[in-house]
Design a protein around this ligand. Structure first.
Ligand code: FAD
Length: 454
């Protein structure tokens, strides 16, 4: 009897616990495209194109392991349950294996899958790979969830020392099974193929090469270079991490082998990079323990009724990189062209939208979702709620970046701004908003809400 491996956000064979558990006899792989859910979740062509390309590479990697990859198209995640149940039953599968996801819709889908599969006497085994340590295992001494990053990271680091990283032996070819792989669709309804994909070679081998290059040098300087958008100081691994083509465990293992299990004893570069990967875990953790963030609600209740401005012209200018604030425009243009934006500039552009323009963070969150190739709900939501001061452990509302000052600090020679604003000249394009008075306006409005909502 074969097992069925249901791929979702884990498009790889390396460090894939569900696949390792399935691969003891014959295995059939399945992926269900759900364009209706992707649309509802605000995915855009960059993210979907990367997903389809990643499936193409995965299919050939799986074939070398004798695992066919079936592709089905449903509309929504809920409909995918029906398909997976039928495929498992039709192929006489004993168990369906999958890696657990933490979003609200994904959790509901898996609950339904568990009950439908059990009605057909098929097992459903959920494994865990989306973060390094499971969110339910990381709790305060009082048994509640952490709201603040630093104690979360301290506990996370303690677990790394105590437990180490999970081990997954490399896979060997499985027993042959009868179905053959399906072709991967060139596109799915509602998502045109995205030409920028040539910048982001799909698949785990491309990710491993990039990881190796980063660990061979840049990581040692990361603490000094990570805030400079004008140089390649960060790993740019986010698209692979977001599609699950690369596991955070695979990223961290070489560092643990090199420096030992206690990140507090690592050199500054690798320790700072590890901390960023823990931020990634933290935002998934926040999503798991606070379902409201998946329902477009802020973490801080006092910010629920903030009087955001409609300002469609301002929003349009921000979206198109035409605000007249060079660093903001450069960031937006970088994203529109490449599907990626440097982290420092994501913070600057998000804070400009939510504070200087006082536009609802959810509009910006959605725009990023549609244009980022590394779009990841938890990290995007976390980044937006941090910038808008609506999140847990967010930027305090009165500490508003001055984007021009940020540009002087982090792009001192203007190389990044020139690279992405070739047609721009500061004197030619007037800013759409006065930075000083809009800053004061935001502080006043947040202060009133904070006082009323305490
Ligand atoms: C407004 C806003 C929106 C964001 N949207 C996304 C998103 O949709 N998808 C996404 O992956 N990241 C998002 N981030 C986080 C961060 O900007 C990117 O992960 C990072 O820029 C990716 O570049 P890198 O791979 O070179 O990161 P590196 O600096 O090399 O870090 C390594 C990895 O750690 C993780 N990471 C790094 N910084 C963060 C962070 N602040 N929060 C969570 N994880 C982090 C990422 O997986 C990243 O690939 C957002 C941040 C902000 C402020």
């Amino acid at each position: 009897m074969p097992d069925l491996m249901w791929f979702r956000n884990d498009l790889r064979t390396i460090d894939n616990p569900a696949l390792s558990a399935a691969a003891t006899g014959g295995v059939i792989g399945i992926f269900v495209c759900t364009p209706g859910t992707w649309r509802r979740h605000d995915w855009g062509p960059p993210r979907v194109t990367l997903l389809l390309e990643s499936l193409r590479v995965l299919r050939s990697e799986l074939e070398q392991l004798n695992i066919p990859l079936l592709i089905r198209i449903a509309d929504t995640d809920m409909e995918s349950v029906d398909i997976v149940t039928d495929v498992a039953a039709a192929n006489g599968c004993a168990t369906v294996h999958a890696n657990r996801e933490f979003g609200v819709d994904e959790a509901r889908r898996d609950e339904l899958a568990g009950s439908w599969l059990s009605e057909r006497n098929i097992g459903f085994a959920l494994h865990h790979d989306q973060v390094v340590f499971e969110p339910d295992d990381i709790l305060t001494k009082g048994g509640t969830s952490f709201k603040v990053f630093t104690p979360f990271r301290n506990t996370w680091n303690g677990m790394l020392i105590d437990r180490g990283l999970p081990e997954h032996a490399p896979l060997t070819p499985c027993e042959s099974v009868s179905p053959t792989s399906d072709p991967i669709p060139g596109s799915v309804p509602g998502f045109t193929p995205w030409p920028g994909i040539t910048l982001w070679p799909a698949g785990q081998n491309a990710a491993m090469e990039r990881l190796q290059r980063f660990l061979d040098g840049p990581v040692d300087r990361y603490h000094n270079t990570r805030n400079s958008p004008d140089i390649e100081g960060t790993s740019s691994l986010s698209p692979w991490l977001a599609t699950g083509t690369l596991s955070p465990v695979t990223c961290l293992r070489p560092l643990v082998e090199r420096f030992g299990p206690d990140p507090a004893l690592w050199p500054a570069g690798p320790a700072t990079w590890q901390s960023e990967l823990v931020w990634r875990d933290f935002y998934r953790y926040v999503m798991h323990h606070n379902p409201k963030v998946s329902m477009r609600r802020p973490m801080q209740e006092w910010t629920v009724d903030l009087p955001w401005r409609q300002d469609d012209d301002g929003f349009e200018a921000w979206c198109n990189g035409r605000t007249g604030i060079e660093i903001v425009d450069a960031g937006m243009r970088q994203m529109l062209e490449t599907g990626w934006m440097h982290n420092r500039v994501r913070m600057i552009t998000a804070m400009f939208l939510t504070k200087n323009l006082l536009i609802d963070w959810r509009r910006g969150e959605r725009f990023f979702a549609r244009h980022l190739v590394d779009y990841d709900f938890a990290s995007n939501n976390g980044g937006w709620q941090w910038s808008a001061s609506t999140g847990t452990d967010a930027a305090p509302y009165f500490r508003i970046f001055n984007p021009n000052r940020q540009a002087e600090l982090f792009d001192p020679d203007g190389a990044y701004r020139r690279r992405w604003n070739p047609d721009h000249h500061p004197l030619k394009t007037l800013p759409i908003v006065d930075l000083g008075s809009s800053r004061r306006r935001a502080i006043e409005i947040f202060k009133v809400a904070r006082t009323a909502g305490c």
